[in-house]
Design a binder for this molecule. Structure first.
Ligand SMILES: [Zn+2]
Length: 277
């Protein structure tokens, strides 16, 4: 069997087995939202990155925004996960003082049991945000990873990918007496990695969708907040941490998603949930 065929089969199988993908409906990007995103993005990119705030002012902003966004994120989490027993919505929000780059991420203190959810924001990011709306949107986005259970889904996808690629390559090896003895275990690892990565971009957009709702509900303007994307940063992939920048650099699509969701909340009153989840 050709490797490309195995990969395609593994991915399709992982999707079916794990029942993953987004829980919430991602917005249709209408023409008005797309063109507004394009011009806001271009405009924000032309503005030079202003000087970072003083440490004191930055920390004051951080405390002020956490105090408003935290309760809203927790309330939404409790409402959205009410049917799941033992789901931990109590997030420990804190500052990562070690990481030297602009970033924020969601992770768990107890990965195995998915308990003690944590949001961490780095000092360079706290210094770099230009207004409260930006920090509110960033925190809302990280709550989105918790509420939409991205870490759980990625694990399920990884296991399904490993299983399917393992079965397919074991079958291929059984037919071929000259097969590389490491092929099956190599492909199990590959299947795990491919499964883990599946839907990554959709999950970032889903977190942006939930982040828009949270920032808005906490009294901030998520569209102003999402302009933070326009100042750009390289993508980050971190083991077990869901980075603010995701697996691809930010682009107009993320800003357009926020604009479309914001408009949808205004006109339709909320965001949509898929029937099957
Ligand atoms: Zn993210």
């Amino acid at each position: 069997m050709k490797v490309s065929g195995i990969l395609a089969g593994a991915l399709a199988g992982a999707v079916l087995l794990a029942g993953c993908g987004t829980t919430y409906v991602l917005p249709e990007i209408d023409g008005a939202s797309a063109s507004r995103a394009q011009s806001m993005f271009a405009e924000a990119q032309q503005v030079a990155r202003p000087a970072p705030k003083s440490r004191n002012a930055a920390l004051q902003r951080y405390r002020r925004v956490v105090a408003r966004v935290g309760p809203v994120g927790e309330a939404l989490c409790l409402r959205e996960t009410a049917g799941l027993s033992g789901f931990d919505c109590h997030v420990d929000i804190g500052i990562d003082t070690e990481m030297n780059e602009r970033n924020a991420y969601f992770t768990y203190g107890d990965h195995a049991r998915k308990r003690n959810p944590m949001i961490r924001v780095t000092l360079p990011m706290i210094h770099d945000v230009q207004n409260d709306h930006e920090l509110a949107f960033i925190l809302g986005h990280e709550y989105g990873h918790l509420i939409a259970r991205h870490a759980q889904k990625k694990e399920q996808q990884a296991v399904a990918g490993a299983l399917i690629l393992g079965i397919l390559s074991a079958a291929a090896a059984a037919d071929n007496p000259y097969a590389d003895p490491n092929m099956v275990s190599d492909n199990v690892e590959l299947g795990y990695a491919l499964g883990h990565q599946a839907f990554s971009q959709d999950y970032e957009l889903e977190s942006d969708t939930l982040g828009t709702l949270i920032a808005r509900s906490a009294g901030y303007d998520p569209v102003i907040g999402a302009c933070y994307f326009a100042r750009g940063e390289a993508a980050h992939v971190q083991d077990q941490r869901l980075s603010f920048w995701g697996t691809h650099p930010p682009d107009e699509q993320r800003l357009a998603t926020v604009i479309a969701v914001d408009r949808q909340i205004e006109t339709a009153g909320g965001i949509g949930r898929k029937a099957s989840h």
